[in-house]
Design a protein around this ligand. Structure first.
Ligand code: PA5
Length: 452
């Protein structure tokens, strides 16, 4: 299979291309794919509401108004959020970092893990006088985010009392009775809404990701416009060439052939966090107990060229269980000609005068060629220019691909029942009223494990 950008006539080129270099599967079962796509599109007003997000101008306006209302002395922003409430913003901030930013751009960081050393570092950076706290939790009740909130809110209150909390905190949360929703109404601080039908890992283009990205000075309208290219494409007449649909069909086929690991391999440090975001999306959406048994495919994020010195050996000669998606970027890169040191050693002449980007590119091309020679299932996404528009398109591409793969697998890609048990045990261990049984069960399970 080989597919390219779905551009037509005078339509501007699609923000990225997808080419399958080695297929090693069979032809997609198109009837099944179109059926799954119809069901997905029908669900856009229900569980697949993420499809409506890029066109939600009202939510975007709410975000821009909230950005304008942030007090000017707030030069920095700390986002608290984990899983789908943190990974997307981190991916966007990292991917867009070298771009020109708009006036009033803030320095934005995301804190997810509750590891006390990491939190202590963030506390050392956090100055309540100039740092806004954006607490992001769709459910409003996530242990990591709520415990971090208490630590940072205490810093803000100690400096300026409750007024400072109302001025220095913005909450992004779902509607309903969640703890953080109640906290925000007690504080009287600005609150942004997460659409209830959009699952956490599909929420990067809602206020969850848009608010931090806009505060960092990036163009969120372009981000949404890029995403609309993908969503409009799967609704339009050229469905058969849409990268998200072809890729979902391809990976569904590979899963059926026992290819149990999917490697996303950006050749670009700025896309490493996008790889982490994708891993959560693919793992949590597809790893399910379906009606016909357990399904899913383990996602793995590699990074070029670093992982040529680590994981590549396994992909080349290990078990035939991997398929790979390379991601390459055309621009922007800083010019960095390699100085000539042949006077010291002639072997250094291989690099002399070349741009570092050419060296990087040769390493990527060499690795792709080696994988093709070895017959490993390999696709390449090439992004001619990594900017807001192409990033928005990539977010939407992976979301559509993942949801469609879930519909093909006949599971619900929008829930995550398997993560609930661990949360209940943790609440029991933390002493939540009425959850003593969970504490006792967790303690018993871990004791038995130790003794076995
Ligand atoms: O995709 C998901 O739904 C999860 O990964 C959540 O985003 C994560 O558990 C955080 O949840 P919340 O936003 O409720 O704090």
């Amino acid at each position: 299979m080989s597919e390219n950008e779905p551009s037509r006539g005078s339509t501007p080129p699609f923000p990225f291309t997808l080419v399958t270099l080695v297929d090693s599967g069979g032809p997609p079962e198109w009837a099944r794919v179109w059926n799954a796509l119809e069901r997905l599109l029908d669900d856009a007003k229900g569980p697949a509401a993420f499809l409506e997000v890029p066109a939600d101008g009202a939510a975007h306006d709410q975000v821009l108004a909230a950005v304008s209302a942030v007090p000017p002395e707030m030069k920095k922003v700390l986002v608290l959020g984990i899983g789908g409430s943190g990974l997307g913003a981190r991916a966007a901030l990292s991917a867009l970092k070298p771009l020109q930013r708009g006036p009033g751009a803030r320095e934005v960081r995301v804190l997810s893990n509750v590891d006390p050393v990491t939190v202590a570092d963030a506390m050392a950076w956090f100055d309540p006088a100039d740092t806004l706290l954006n607490v992001v939790t769709k459910s409003g009740g996530t242990v990591e985010t709520l415990s971090q909130f208490a630590l940072f809110a205490d810093r803000i209150r100690s400096r300026g009392g409750d007024d400072a909390l109302a001025r220095g905190v913005v909450v992004t949360t779902g509607p309903g009775e969640g703890t953080m929703r109640k906290v925000s109404s007690s504080l009287g601080c600005p609150t942004l809404d997460v659409p209830p039908a959009v699952g956490g890992r599909f929420s990067v283009l809602t206020p969850v990701g848009l608010f931090p990205v806009a505060l960092a000075g990036h163009d969120t309208e372009k981000l949404l416009a890029g995403a609309r290219r993908v969503v409009d494409g799967i609704r339009g007449p050229d469905r058969a060439v849409q990268p998200a649909i072809r890729s979902a069909a391809h990976h569904f086929d590979l899963m059926g052939r026992g290819v149990s690991v999917r490697v996303l391999w950006p050749y670009c440090d700025r896309l490493a966090s996008l790889g982490d975001w994708f891993c959560q999306l693919w793992a949590e959406s597809l790893g399910k107990k379906g009606d016909s048994g357990r399904v899913g495919q383990t996602p793995l994020r590699a990074l070029g060229s670093t992982d040529q010195h680590s994981l590549l050996q396994l992909f080349m000669e290990g078990p035939r269980e991997h398929c790979l998606t390379f991601m390459t970027v055309g621009e922007p890169w800083p010019a960095m000609p390699v100085p000539d040191f042949t006077s010291l050693e002639p072997a250094l002449g291989e690099f002399a005068g070349k741009d570092l980007c050419q060296v990087f590119d040769a390493l990527g091309q060499g690795t792709m060629a080696a994988l093709v020679q070895e017959g490993r299932p390999l696709a390449r996404i090439h992004v001619p220019r990594l900017d807001e528009e192409s990033l928005g398109a990539l977010f939407a591409h992976f979301e559509v691909e993942t949801a469609l793969a879930g519909y093909l697998l006949e599971i619900n890609p929008f829930d995550q029942p398997g993560v609930e048990t661990g949360k209940l045990f943790a609440h029991g261990l933390l002493g939540r009223p009425g959850m003593d049984d969970y504490r006792r069960q967790a303690q018993a399970l871990l004791t038995e494990e130790k003794e076995s």
